[in-house]
Design a protein around this ligand. Structure first.
Ligand code: M6R
Length: 366
């Protein structure tokens, strides 16, 4: 069932255009972002809430961290994101008008399930689950549900589940924006068009595989790596670092690029590869000056820039160009290269890509 692929992870990376197309299918077919995507009584629930609290673990937490940027800027609602295993053990403040959104590929992650139960015990009645497995424990315990349609994910390192979670969260954002008067009809058409183009843009990013595989050869010999991003792309830097750690066992950390000089810059020397996610957005100039700080210390830069970023390679600065800027959906497109970088670095190191040491696909214990 691997077809032309060497591992499930590689197959699942390549399935993303299809997985995304399936996940957005209902919205594209309806030609609008409708609350009914989240269940029959979703409109009443979603119009009454005044904020969002997202609870998740691992990669799913990074999907939530990306959604925070969308929800606050597009839907105009306050959003906080918390690691489920932290939330469940602290005395949290609960506002029952806030919607608790859990994100879990498997729907069985114990920490996320317990965090959901805890949120309910604190008085949260409105809960929504974003999940990839029909009828698993977390959606069954939730008021509203949105299933991603990634199909079964076998590789322990989550890939297509993550990007489809992002697509679902973007849909939730636009639905909330409409219900709360922040997204008008014209903007809705615009978001619809961006979503329609998403699978194609992801396919373009997949076509970069040979270039990324060449970079990965160099990564395979490194002991450490830094990942930088800003704004919407900071969570993607985190996801890139997690993928690299999980399957290559290379120590990797991610920072919002503006934090460099507050500490991590001390780590940068010729031996430290620095991956930068640098599409053309409002923070690009800031990212460029952060990159200069790295170069000045001899750090080698590996930059993912889109066609509009206006970057050129130079001594110590390697550039791979992702497709044209896709606006707010850019984090989804820029996930693809960091997945492929980790995958090919793992191949070069000869690790067990689909079953990394010490990890399980579904974490049903504490
Ligand atoms: O099934 P879940 O989405 O709840 O799983 C959460 C994490 O255990 C999971 O994302 C983990 O971080 C992956 N191995 C990441 O690749």
């Amino acid at each position: 069932e691997l077809g032309p692929y060497r591992h499930f992870m590689q197959k699942e990376i390549h399935e993303q255009p299809r997985a995304l197309a399936d996940t957005i299918d209902a919205v594209i077919n309806a030609g609008s972002f409708d609350a009914s995507l989240f269940g029959a009584n979703a409109e009443a629930v979603l119009s009454g809430i005044t904020g969002i609290k997202i609870l998740a673990c691992g990669t799913s937490y990074y999907a939530g961290s990306t959604a925070k940027y969308w929800i606050e800027s597009i839907a105009g609602l306050p959003c906080d994101v918390e690691i489920a295993s932290e939330y469940r053990y602290r005395q949290a403040f609960a506002d029952p008008r806030h919607l608790v959104v859990t994100i879990s590929q498997s729907g069985e992650t114990l920490d996320t399930m317990e965090a959901l139960k805890y949120a309910k015990s604190l008085g949260h009645t409105h809960t929504l689950s974003i999940c990839n497995v029909q009828e698993s424990a977390i959606p069954r315990a939730s008021e509203l549900v949105c299933y991603t349609r990634a199909g079964a994910e076998i590789g322990v390192a989550s890939t297509k589940a993550f990007t489809t979670q992002l697509a679902a969260l973007f849909q939730l954002t636009v639905v909330l924006g409409k219900l709360h008067g922040k997204v008008n009809a014209e903007q809705e058409v615009d978001y619809l068009e961006q979503l329609r183009q998403l699978p194609g843009s992801v396919q373009h990013a997949l076509n970069l595989e040979p270039q990324i595989a060449a970079w990965a050869e160099r990564f395979a010999t490194k002991a450490n790596a830094l990942f930088l991003g800003r704004g919407l792309h900071y969570p993607i830097a985190l996801e890139g670092a997690l993928k690299l750690k999980e399957i290559t066992y290379i120590h990797a950390e991610a920072y919002p690029a503006g934090e460099l000089k507050h500490g991590p810059l001390a780590l940068v020397d010729e031996a430290m590869p620095v991956v930068v996610i640098a599409p053309n957005d409002s923070l690009l100039e800031k990212v460029k000056s952060n990159m200069q700080e790295v170069r000045a210390r001899g750090g080698e830069l590996f930059v993912f820039a889109d066609q509009d970023s206006n970057f050129s390679a130079s001594e110590g600065v390697h550039v791979i160009r992702t497709p044209r800027n896709v606006g707010v959906l850019s984090p989804i497109v820029h996930t693809i290269p960091v997945q492929m970088l980790a995958y090919h670095a793992a191949l070069a190191r000869g690790t067990d890509v689909d079953k990394p040491r010490n990890l399980a696909k579904s974490v049903t214990v504490e």
